[in-house]
Design a protein around this ligand. Structure first.
Ligand SMILES: C[S@@+](CC[C@H](N)C(=O)[O-])C[C@H]1O[C@@H](n2cnc3c(N)ncnc32)[C@H](O)[C@@H]1O
Length: 280
């Protein structure tokens, strides 16, 4: 059957605006700048991490490939379970935190590869792995090509974690997007990482994936309003002149918690997974 909608091209159209805006900025530089703050903030997301790792039913003799592994939020707990983890990321800054986190866990059964997934060659840079995962790391322009490579790299199963609907800050931050972040309106709103796009791309590829949707809560803690402003500025690259608007927004949305302040967001995550035998 010929598809009426070309989902891969639709997604490309949705993300191309952001790409044009960022111009020639290397995506790896973007993540290098955010690495410290990302590492700090993800250490508070334990419940979600525990669920993700438990859901993958990993075996002690498995090898796992983590695409867009970041600071190792999943690579580190997975390395505690499986035989070997290969962590690929384009950002050296993110991977250097991954190495620190592995060392803190006393783990050495892993390998880091600093490369864009698009540039990774199967059989040259990496061998096949039992399980391939990608968690909130679908920064590839051609998603169909990227997931086809993940499928080809897996011996047993592939797991992709993304959002159902808008992701964490999209809901609350939609109003900030133009006013504070100084960015043009986004095509497709905050739905560019929605699992439906990926699900349909997979379906068109003949991969009939399983989907599990789960509530996720994201709690960020700050010592003070000034600390929250600084950390948001780093994560979201907010122009200096918009700091008063940001401060105003955070003052309205942070709630007191013990000695500090918290920012609480509820969202839904999606786990899309398939076994090699179910795929064509
Ligand atoms: C939001 S972080 C997620 C990190 C980790 N997977 C997690 O769930 O905590 C996204 C990471 O994906 C990486 N990434 C995005 N697109 C990539 C690509 N095309 N090739 C390699 N890494 C990529 C980024 O560099 C960043 O470190």
């Amino acid at each position: 059957m010929t598809s009426i909608i070309n989902w891969n091209e639709l997604r490309k159209a949705m993300i191309s605006e952001g790409r044009r805006r960022r111009g020639r900025e290397n995506p790896a530089d973007h993540w290098d700048k955010r690495a410290e703050e990302f590492n700090r903030s993800t250490k508070e997301r334990n419940e979600r991490t525990d669920w993700q790792v438990a859901s993958m039913r990993l075996d002690p003799d498995y090898t796992v490939l983590d695409v867009g592994a970041g600071t190792g939020r999943l690579s580190v707990p997975m390395a505690k379970i499986v035989k070997h983890v290969t962590s690929i990321d384009q950002s050296g800054g993110m991977l250097s935190y991954l190495e620190v986190n592995m060392a803190e866990g006393g783990l050495s059964n892993y390998q880091c590869i600093q490369k864009r997934w698009e540039d990774v060659e199967l059989g040259v840079d990496i061998e096949l792995h039992d399980v391939v995962i990608a968690s909130h790391s679908l920064g590839m322009f051609d998603l169909q090509e990227a997931v086809a490579k993940m499928n080809a790299a897996a011996k047993r199963r592939v797991y992709i974690f993304t959002s159902a609907g808008k992701w964490f800050f999209d809901d609350l931050e939609e109003e900030l997007w133009e006013r504070v972040y100084d960015r043009p309106p986004r095509r497709g709103g905050g739905f560019r990482s929605d699992y439906m796009l990926l699900y349909n791309i997979l379906h068109d590829m003949g991969i009939y994936a399983n989907v599990e949707i789960r509530d996720a809560e994201h709690v960020q803690r700050y010592g003070s309003l000034d600390e929250a402003v600084e950390r948001w500025k780093t994560m979201r690259e907010i122009p200096e002149e918009n700091e008063p608007l940001l401060k105003d927004y955070l003052a309205k949305n942070l709630t007191e918690d013990g000695d500090g302040l918290i920012f609480r967001r509820r969202t839904k995550g999606a786990m899309i997974w398939w076994t090699k035998s179910e795929s064509s």
